[in-house]
Design a protein around this ligand. Structure first.
Ligand code: PHE
Length: 361
């Protein structure tokens, strides 16, 4: 091909490229943000076909060797000029597309900070768990250790070693779920008294509380449940006296109910303590006037207690002439009912959210 033909070829390519570029620019003007990617892909194709190694422009310039010495620079400068022109067009569009692309990215990453957040419903600590925790804190503060036993116990630990032989009439106080002759669902956390003392192997001081669930074949009513919690307390040391028990329980009652709560102590009976006592608290549900929660008495029993019976100390390997102790067993459900004004113990087990959500704070 001679110079004129080659120049014509270049101008044709140039025209075509320009036309296509125009099309791209027109499309860009109407483009939605989503089509930026598509336009970029087309621009890339345009660059490969008009500026790439296999482009026509490249092919034409390869034929430069056919031309004479004078003609070559003429074609050369036309090729260069065309290349520069097309590159400039390419870069201009590329830049616009990049700007649009960034804009698109910003748009998709924008946070609407005025949108209200999603609320995750918060649970709450169950009132029984909460009151047990509060009671534990009081005794931890007095240097007690927390121990835990199992809900399935042996007759030996639940009764016999607590001074309750098989035919003892006081066993009727606690109607028992037996699993076998020897195994039962513990009726009282008092089983942990003996287990703790045996573990301590005659050493003093012993100062523990043992929270846990216990079971009795009771009819469920407003103040009774066949499964409920107890917190056992046991202190053994030299020279422990009834006044230590009294002081401890007074401190407990004041810490949990406040200084103004009326409390009374009555003599009582338990085979494993001597003497024994019970502690009653003024019924907060009726203020003492009498209601179904306090069985019209104006008082609610929250714990049984007493000085550890010498037999129990001896059964557990302690010398009852050298050491003495006190024990108590308190009912966290009763405490929770009084403290929070809950009128029926069954409400504590039904897990109705209307009750539980009141403990969310
Ligand atoms: N275990 C007794 C009960 O369940 C309570 C108690 C514990 C009494 C410790 C005295 C000492 O009724």
């Amino acid at each position: 091909m001679d110079l004129a033909e080659l120049e014509a070829a270049i101008n044709k390519v140039r025209g075509l490229a320009k036309e296509q570029m125009q099309q791209l620019e027109d499309d860009l003007r109407q483009a939605k943000l989503e089509s930026v990617g598509e336009l970029r892909r087309r621009l890339d194709e345009w660059r490969v076909s008009h500026l790439g190694k296999k482009s026509q422009l490249q092919q034409v310039s390869r034929q430069m060797s056919d031309l004479s010495k004078e003609e070559r620079p003429k074609l050369g400068s036309l090729v260069n000029q065309t290349k520069a022109e097309l590159e400039a067009q390419h870069d201009r569009l590329e830049e616009r597309l990049s700007a649009l692309f960034r804009q698109q990215q910003f748009a998709s990453e924008t946070l609407d900070i005025t949108l209200p957040g999603r609320r995750h419903p918060l649970g709450s600590v169950h009132p029984i768990t909460r009151i047990i925790g509060e009671i534990e804190d009081v005794f931890l503060g007095m240097g007690y250790e927390i121990v835990e036993g199992t809900e399935i116990e042996t007759d030996e630990y639940n009764f016999e070693k607590l001074n309750l032989p098989k035919d003892h009439p006081a066993r009727d106080m606690q109607d028992t779920f037996y699993i076998t002759e020897e195994l039962l669902l513990r009726t009282q956390t008092s089983a942990m008294q003996v287990r703790t003392m045996e573990r301590m192997k005659g050493k003093v001081p012993v100062r523990v509380i043992a929270p846990g669930r216990v079971y009795r074949r009771d009819e469920d009513d407003a103040t009774h449940s066949h499964a409920f919690n107890q917190i056992e307390g046991l202190v053994v040391d030299e020279g422990i006296r009834m006044s230590d028990l009294k002081g401890t329980l007074e401190l407990f009652a004041r810490a949990i109910f406040g200084p103004d709560q009326e409390v009374r102590r009555l003599p009582s009976f338990f085979p494993f303590t001597e003497p024994s006592a019970e502690v009653d608290v003024r019924c907060t549900v009726c203020g003492g006037a009498g209601c179904r929660v306090c069985k019209e008495t104006g008082w609610i029993e929250i714990l049984g207690a007493g000085m550890v019976h010498p037999n129990v100390l001896e059964f557990a390997g302690y010398d009852s002439k050298k050491v003495s102790g006190f024990a108590f067993g308190l009912g966290p459900e009763r405490v929770a009912m009084l403290k929070y004004g809950i009128e029926d113990i069954r409400l504590l087990y039904q897990n109705d959210l209307r009750l539980l959500s009141q403990f969310a704070r």
